[in-house]
Ligand binder design. Structure first.
Ligand SMILES: Cc1cc2nc3c(=O)[nH]c(=O)nc-3n(C[C@H](O)[C@H](O)[C@H](O)COP(=O)(O)O)c2cc1C
Length: 317
């Protein structure tokens, strides 16, 4: 089974991806990058330096772009593929955020199949890398067009698809429709990665059974839990897997913090880490107050103190 880390803006940076690769992830994608923003930004703009950074130790990494202007998309795909950092250019046709769909990008492209296909065609022509598409199953429940859309973008040259089994209108609510993903898999000849609501081994097995896909992408289930890849891999291999002891989870949280701070500096690094630290301690007993304090932490030494206190309170793990 091929396991991918689903792209998540603000989360799937090089540090988090590095942890996921160590735990068995086979493919990751950068956070989404605005094609127009990238093309017009000064070369030394920090935002793009961070968005496009990758560690040498990472596995295959796709760079994800969004936009609605075929010329911008084509030019961004061409430039990004020349960096020598990425294994594919992935086009975001699934983002539901208003500021993205307002510009006719992301999941808004599912309402305009000719434009989506034109973007893919141009990116394929301009890029030396394979071009892939991340999509949803439609705009809303009255316009589920995943099969038609998938056929159009693969006819245009997309070499793989990731399908999040929700409509744009659902955003992240309701339950992912794995049956619809299965219909896409049957309709196209390129690999289809199933995505949405894979939280653990059981849901991964069930999703693979229903969709028939041999590639799965996990997003929210990996938050504070990069071990998800190990867990799912073990389930498909039929081997035993045990959740890491609490001490190991805290060690990983600390390592994640140290690497983030080494990369972004203490101030920005700590701001980035607050959400991750909250996710790492989720599910532990009596952490409500600690979570608030972690959220206010401004230095690595504060995080070290807070996590070691937590460790002493949970000696059995
Ligand atoms: C915080 C957050 C940020 C996301 N950012 C992106 C993104 O940049 N590009 C993208 O294609 N999908 C993005 N997604 C969608 C995820 O890749 C994935 O499709 C979705 O979360 C469903 O999978 P899951 O149930 O495993 O989380 C984002 C999701 C979340 C929760």
């Amino acid at each position: 089974m091929h396991l991918a880390l689903a792209p998540m803006a603000g989360i799937t940076d090089q540090v988090f991806r590095g942890l996921c690769f160590e735990m068995g992830c086979n493919l990751a994608t950068t956070e989404m990058v605005s094609a127009q923003g990238y093309l017009t930004a000064p070369a030394d703009r920090n935002a793009y330096r961070f968005l496009l950074a990758r560690q040498a130790s990472e596995g295959p990494l796709a760079v994800q772009i969004f936009g609605s202007d075929p010329v911008h998309m084509e030019n961004a795909a061409a430039r990004l593929s020349q960096l020598g950092l990425f294994s594919a250019v992935d086009i975001n046709m699934g983002c539901p955020a208003q500021k993205v769909v307002g510009g006719q990008s992301g999941s808004a492209l599912m309402k305009d199949i000719p434009l989506a296909a034109e973007i893919v065609r141009r990116c394929v022509k301009a890029s030396s890398l394979p071009v892939t598409v991340k999509m949803r199953i439609g705009w809303d429940e009255n316009s589920i067009n995943a099969v038609e859309f998938a056929k159009a973008v693969t006819d245009a040259g997309a070499t793989a698809l990731t399908v999040h089994g929700r409509t744009r209108k659902q955003q992240y609510s309701g339950k992912a429709n794995w049956e619809e993903i299965g219909k896409v898999r049957q309709a196209v000849s390129v690999p289809v990665t199933a995505n949405g609501d894979i939280w653990d081994a059981a849901s991964a097995l069930e999703c693979a059974r229903i969709t028939g896909c041999d590639s799965l992408a996990m997003g929210r289930g990996a938050l504070g839990n990069p071990w998800l890849f190990q867990e799912i891999k073990a389930a498909f291999e039929g081997t035993e897997w045990h959740k890491p002891p609490f001490e190991d989870i805290m060690k990983t949280a600390l390592r994640h913090s140290r690497e983030m701070i080494a990369w972004k500096g203490e101030k920005s690094g700590m701001l980035e880490m607050r959400k991750h630290l909250g996710w790492y301690v989720t599910g532990q007993r009596g952490v409500a107050k600690l979570r608030t304090r972690l959220n206010l932490a401004t230095s690595l030494s504060q995080v070290e103190d807070l996590l070691s206190t937590l460790l002493q309170k949970n000696p059995e793990e």
